[in-house]
Write a protein that binds this ligand. Sequence first.
Ligand SMILES: Cc1cc2nc3c(=O)[nH]c(=O)nc-3n(C[C@H](O)[C@H](O)[C@H](O)COP(=O)(O)O)c2cc1C
Ligand SMILES: C=C(O[C@@H]1CC(C(=O)O)=C[C@@H](OP(=O)(O)O)[C@H]1O)C(=O)O
Length: 392
Amino acid sequence: MRYITAGESHGPQLTAIIEGLPAGLEISPELLDLQLARRQQGYGRGDRMKIERDRADILSGVRWGKTLGSPVTLVVKNRDWENWLEKMSPLAEHEGMAEAVTRPRPGHADLCGAMKYGHRDVRNILERSSARETAVRVAVGAVARGLLHALDIRIGGVVAEVGGVVAKPSSQPYQQQWEQAAASEMFCCDSAAELEMKRLIDHTKAIGDTLGGVVEVQVLGLPPGLGSHVQWDRKLDARLAMALMSIQAIKGVEIGLGFEAARRPGSKVHDEITWNPARLQQGELIPYQRPSNHAGGLEGGMTNGEPLVLRAAMKPIPTLYTPLQSVDIATHQPYEASVERSDTCAVPAALVVAEAVVAIELAQALLEKFGGDSLDEIRRNRDSYLAGLRDF
Ligand SMILES: Cc1cc2nc3c(=O)[nH]c(=O)nc-3n(C[C@H](O)[C@H](O)[C@H](O)COP(=O)(O)O)c2cc1C
Ligand SMILES: C=C(O[C@@H]1CC(C(=O)O)=C[C@@H](OP(=O)(O)O)[C@H]1O)C(=O)O
């Protein structure tokens, strides 16, 4: 399975084509719109989110609610497009209808992209580098979540930090954490930390600054053996890190203990292995058990049957209402960077995007492991593999 996206932030729409999905997978616009609505939530977002009401159109590859096995095309329209008809027009006759953006923002793609593509108008870069693109990736992720769900795999997550405010780690089962997070404006399970995060966002916005944070994605029910140790680009840990790093503004990824593992001796890091066949009666997939999960569900680039736990660090939003020093690329004079409109903090939205890209990568890994052109065939292959592991 592979996908690509297309579309500018203020163009007519975002489009994705997904190739290699099995036949027989249920997909509904409601399923996609649920995730799109989650991505639009979160305290600290700017005025663009008041304009957009993201929903997905399914334009190919699905008939009567189920995939055909042919490429699936998804579209998310930009409501803001009507304010940009001539400024973002594909027609030569509209050239010059918008003033060129010439003051690149530190931390955004503006200057590097302009130099690379030879654009004197930074808009030609910022339109595609914008995280608006993540709307359609979340739609693709919702399809991938559908495949995971059909194979009894659950994915969710929480916001762990914002601007240095750290949520107390929850001792609740993951699914309860997701329910708590869904009821919180920061997607955070610690109500005291949430209050502090919101206060910090208010203060930061008032002084024209921005914030980043840390999100945690958790996945339950994964069979062991997704990914492989045999080749660098088949290692699932590496692939998940790339997927997360591909999200705009994500600058670090941790798996399980992450950087903390580097500070501990081996005896305090590696998860011991025990054998407990009673686990199978409790609905677990394999009899092997780990009293701890410091590895975050991955060893040797493969899933080990424990919950997957990944964290991603988001840097603060680059567009500041109190702009940073920059240089006008038309005059080479020092200026303050351009500001049109911006988020103060988009960490909760980044969590939804992080869940989506993890779901996509896991869906790919599942299809590689279990093959199959229809969902039924994949299920049969999965069941036969798991049957072989019951007394392994
Ligand atoms: C959900 C989300 C919303 C974002 N909103 C903004 C924004 O409003 N303004 C901004 O300057 N950057 C925003 N960003 C971050 C930029 O898109 C990102 O920093 C930029 O594309 C440069 O890429 P890099 O940070 O990965 O190097 C957002 C990122 C995400 C994930
Ligand atoms: C549009 C979205 O996020 C945008 C991401 C973004 C950026 O530079 O990354 C800049 C802002 O866009 P605008 O300049 O139109 O206000 C955000 O609103 C979205 O998440 O749907």
